[in-house]
Write a protein that binds this ligand. Structure first.
Ligand SMILES: [Zn+2]
Ligand SMILES: [Zn+2]
Length: 343
């Protein structure tokens, strides 16, 4: 059979350069199968309430380490943190059991800079599965590698605490993501070892992973775009609930330097914003960056899709009208093409 070198050329190249990493596939699959097995076999009514509380605490702490730490602090520099808070954030990030700080920050910086292109590690144009977890199961696209090498990471590496964390990454992950979470319930309130390992170890870990991944998949596919209709990221309430406040993703991509990663404050299910503000009261978080309401309004009016809660269609006017004109223009274009074709 002759090789087809013309059609599907781009996809072929992609496949050739992105071999599957089978150890990752098996690892991720195994954890998910164990999580499902745990759900089916755990005696949910007999597990002690302290264990549920502990699991929920770990889930939120891990979420805070990702959202408040690697994301809003180290990737985007939306605020500054003194060393006690940075230690808390690194411990919390270890609880989440994700990649190293270095890898996380580099991947996320190119995700913002090259969203929805070949250089985006979890390019949502390649579908839900790829942007959710598939991207972790294969070698990175050559463009991701190339752009990744160009990212300035000097600010992250200048932090001695991050350097320490990077050096002992695997050990800290084992300790804070699995060992401590699992041994605490049996030792402190006599929970069964199986319940603790399956529930607090595996299930909590897998749930939080999927929550974090949903920002790249769900919040890049479904939801309104009140701040910038030209980009893929959306405002997704479900993702916000799952991730301690990271689902206001259309806003976040439009203004990535806001410490709230959302227009509004903690009242909009933004647990991470709440904690950053609490730490700023005792001076551990400082120089919190946020835009003026006027800047946001201008953004909404100029680039929004008209779904903004306050300045959307009809109220301040222009956003909704611009959207209407766009839609009309598209319809008109399509109608004209159709008329030309039928002639
Ligand atoms: Zn971001
Ligand atoms: Zn994104």
């Amino acid at each position: 059979m002759a090789l087809d070198t013309t059609s599907h050329h781009a996809t072929e190249v992609q496949k050739l350069n992105q071999p599957i990493i089978w150890s990752n596939v098996i690892g991720i699959l195994l954890f998910h199968l164990l999580a499902v097995y745990g759900l089916l076999t755990l005696p949910l009514l007999q597990i002690r309430w302290q264990t549920y509380l502990w699991g929920y605490f770990l889930y939120l702490a891990g979420g805070f380490g990702v959202a408040g730490g690697v994301h809003r602090l180290w990737t985007h520099r939306t605020y500054k943190a003194k060393w006690p808070l940075r230690i808390i954030l690194l411990v919390c990030f270890s609880i989440s059991g994700q990649n190293s700080v270095f890898d996380w920050v580099r991947d996320h910086r190119i995700h913002h800079k090259f969203s929805e292109t070949d250089a985006d590690p979890h390019n949502a144009n390649r579908g839900f599965f790829f942007s959710h977890v598939g991207w972790l199961m294969q070698r990175k696209h050559p463009e991701v590698l190339r752009r990744g090498r160009q990212v300035d990471m000097s600010d992250v590496l200048a932090d001695p605490l991050v350097r320490f964390h990077n050096k002992y990454f695997s050990l800290l992950k084992m300790l804070f993501c699995f060992f401590v979470p699992v041994v605490v319930p049996p030792l402190l309130w006599s929970e069964g070892w199986y319940n603790s390992a399956m529930g607090v170890g595996i299930l909590r870990y897998v749930l939080l992973l999927n929550a974090a991944w949903s920002v790249n998949s769900l919040a890049h596919i479904w939801g309104g775009k009140p701040y910038d209709r030209e980009i893929s990221p959306t405002e997704n309430v479900l993702v916000t609930w799952l991730t301690a406040g990271e689902g206001w993703h259309n806003y976040h991509h439009a203004i990535p330097w806001d410490y709230k990663a959302a227009e509004l404050g903690p009242s909009t299910v933004n647990w991470t914003t709440y904690l950053i503000e609490m730490f700023s009261r005792i001076g551990w978080a400082y120089d919190l960056k946020t835009p003026s309401p006027d800047l946001i309004r201008r953004l909404v009016e100029r680039r929004g899709d008209g779904t903004h809660y306050k300045w959307g269609a009809g109220i301040m006017g222009t956003a909704g009208i611009t959207k209407q004109i766009d839609d009309e223009f598209q319809k008109w274009g399509a109608a004209r093409e159709l008329a030309e074709e039928s002639q």
